[in-house]
Design a protein. Structure first.
Length: 421
């Protein structure tokens, strides 16, 4: 019996996706709920699970194809059926496309040889695919140690180290040279074209649209992090013991943003046509790095959450962004964004607004800098630059500066976060 696998509903307003990769080949055994394909949408990569156990049958599309929600994606032949017995013969087309591997497989002596020369597609997770591209490796030449022989990040990193330690012989480099020929034949000047993922395409369109639409301006301030650092150092062990999560800086800034948004509501508003929509809640989008680009999941009703609630939510977002398991509705909406470029070492930047929001707060690295104290002394203090990019059509300069001052006051005196000052 054949079982249809269709493109699942991917979220509100999402009507199509791109097949990132097939995780199973025709003839492969498939367990119930096991991922058989990865789909890339405008916002995130999602995996398609098998509805039941069986054998992977016909695949209706190739990797890179665009598919509509509800479209027939593939067939699974139920285990024990007559049809299920036939897929093992399906690998026959593979030798036809690449006849050379057949004699190598017949030897059945050295195991690594077939994986290098078979030419069969290699199943890569988004994170592994990124590492392969970063290091310029040929995935078919790496032996996978994961489930069903799939490559893991450790496999790729080990292969990269081996390549650095011992340059590959000319014969091993031949496939790479063939796939990226240099016009002049000069070694070291090969080029590679990689199709943009659907997520990266959407990021490019949205960021360019923000620049073209909004009257974007950025204002800066700096903040003394001494009080927050002292509070964090004093309570981090107790906090982790009680809540099972580390106390970071983002909780302080999210709380400070909630207070500032109450004082300057236009920063939490957006323009729709010729109207201004004000929000009496704070849905704070937090920029998180994912293998395929930056994603911005939303902390819903941040004004109602404790420090522990905020930190747990952010930690969960970070983990699932790397795994590619964030849900569509978790990245929709949002009234204000916080982006922490400091984790990558950024000293100062001008973040871009996340439409249709009207402002984004940029955090940066903490540096010891000389500061003139109120009594005239010069001391080294842990300082951070803050940047607020905003839509000048809605937010005036006075409001933007006031907002940053409120953030600065709350961070330099965290007691304000507790008594709502």
């Amino acid at each position: 019996m054949s079982i249809e696998v269709k493109v699942p509903v991917l979220g509100e307003s999402i009507s199509e996706a791109t097949i990132g990769e097939w995780l199973k080949k025709p003839g492969d055994a498939v367990a119930a709920d096991e991922a058989i394909a990865s789909l890339e949408t405008d916002k995130v990569a999602v995996e398609v699970p098998a509805p039941s156990a069986g054998v992977m049958g016909q695949q209706m599309y190739a990797a890179g194809d665009t598919v509509q929600v509800g479209a027939l994606l593939a067939m699974i032949e139920a285990a024990g059926s007559a049809a299920a017995a036939s897929p093992p013969a399906t690998p026959a087309p593979a030798p036809a496309a690449a006849p050379a591997p057949a004699p190598a497989a017949a030897k059945a002596d050295p195991a690594p040889a077939p994986s290098v020369s078979s030419g069969e597609p290699v199943s890569l997770s988004p994170a592994v695919r990124r590492l392969v591209l970063e290091h310029g490796l040929d995935p078919t030449g790496i032996r996978g140690t994961g489930k069903d022989g799939r490559l893991t990040k450790e496999d790729v990193l080990a292969a990269a180290e081996s390549a650095k330690a011992a340059p590959a012989p000319a014969a091993a480099r031949a496939p790479v040279a063939a796939s990226a020929p240099a016009a002049s034949g000069t070694a070291g000047r090969e080029t590679e074209r990689v199709r943009m993922t659907r997520i990266r395409q959407t990021i490019a369109k949205r960021l360019k649209s923000a620049q073209d639409t909004a009257a974007m301006l950025t204002t800066f301030n700096d903040v003394d992090m001494t009080a927050v650092i002292e509070a964090r150092n004093k309570y981090k062990d107790l906090f982790e013991k009680k809540h099972g999560i580390r106390l970071g800086f983002m909780g302080f800034f999210a709380k400070a943003a909630v207070l500032a948004l109450k004082d300057v509501p236009s920063v939490n508003a957006q323009i729709e046509g010729d109207e201004i929509v004000y929000h009496n809640y704070a849905d704070i989008s937090v920029a998180v790095s994912a293998p395929n680009g930056l994603v911005v999941p939303v902390i819903r009703n941040a004004e109602t959450l404790s420090f522990a609630g905020i930190e747990k939510t952010i930690a969960d977002f970070g983990k699932r962004a790397k795994d590619g398991t964030l849900k569509m509705d978790e990245m929709m909406g949002g009234t204000f964004t916080i982006s922490n470029g400091g984790v990558f070492g950024s000293l100062m930047s001008t973040p871009i607004i996340n439409p249709p929001q009207s402002a984004v707060l940029g955090l940066h690295r903490i540096d010891q800098r000389p500061v003139v104290m109120p009594n005239g002394e010069i001391k080294a203090r842990p300082m951070m630059y803050l940047a607020l990019s905003y839509d000048h059509r809605l937010i005036d300069g006075r409001e933007a500066v006031t907002f940053l001052v409120r953030i600065k006051e709350a961070i330099e005196d965290p007691t304000r976060l507790l008594i709502d000052l």
